[in-house]
Design a protein around this ligand. Sequence first.
Ligand code: R5P
Length: 311
Amino acid sequence: MNKLEVFTGNANPELGKEICRELGKNLGALTVSRFSEGEIRVKIGDNVRGKDVFLIQPTSPPVNENMMELLVMLDAFKRASAGRITAVIPYYGYARQDRKDQPRVPISAKLMANLLTVAGADRILTMDLHAGQIQGFFDIPLDHLFAANVFVEYIEKLKLKDLVIVSPDVGGIKTARAYAKRLGAGLAIVDKRRISPEKAEVMNILGEVEGRDAVLVDDLIATGGSLLEAAQVLKKNGVKKICAAVVHGVLSGNAIKDIESSIIEELIITDTIPLTDERKHPKITVLSVAPLLAEAVKRIHQEESISCLFD
Ligand code: R5P
């Protein structure tokens, strides 16, 4: 492990420290600050020639600042002759712009992949991508972890009654099915449909939910709109208790206030994105993915398989 070095940018230093604690290593010396005009200034404090560098930086809000920091850091490590650089991006921003879903729009998720590669990333370690196909936007090795294990253990302890796992949209069926299987629970899907451009959306529930406790599962919560709408329709359909398990707590706009006043009893997220003090709330539980990321870092460094982490 002596060639392994872990560094972190400013996006989630706590997660970086936790990963290092798990690995029994100190964080590498790295200064990431700003010049007076706001440009990013990076200085690596250690000799990294030939080292196996893991650079932790989710591209969470402020996404442009964090992405730019990551690119500048990668450039610094490349020019400092690091042996191999793995960009550890627990939350991959810009992921929702992953296809041309209307004319004259960018595919920003691909652009980010290009930028990361050009800047110097040799591999990527990421978690619960918004769309699995984003892996193919990279022509370098990418390891894609899932936080499901962390959530399943926690949900089991909640002792929910006659549990049903619910996907808030059809795109999340595969994930919801995996949770349902692991938890021996039922499966339901919220099917949103716009009847016509003028007529509002209708929501149907596919699956048995009446009289049951439900856990909504999703990859990310931003404004909370999708989750709260789904929760309301579940309530209308006779669900008793509603919790939500969401990997990436982006929590933008009025999300916290809206969750506070919502029928969702508990929102469980992970620490892929830091939860700042002003956004902490008794309804929000944060589970750490640091042990999972640390194990993946160790295995990648030792050139061992990481597929056992998906079991
Ligand atoms: C949608 O496909 C995603 O999985 C999330 O459900 C969605 O992006 C969350 O956004 P918001 O919280 O703003 O509804």
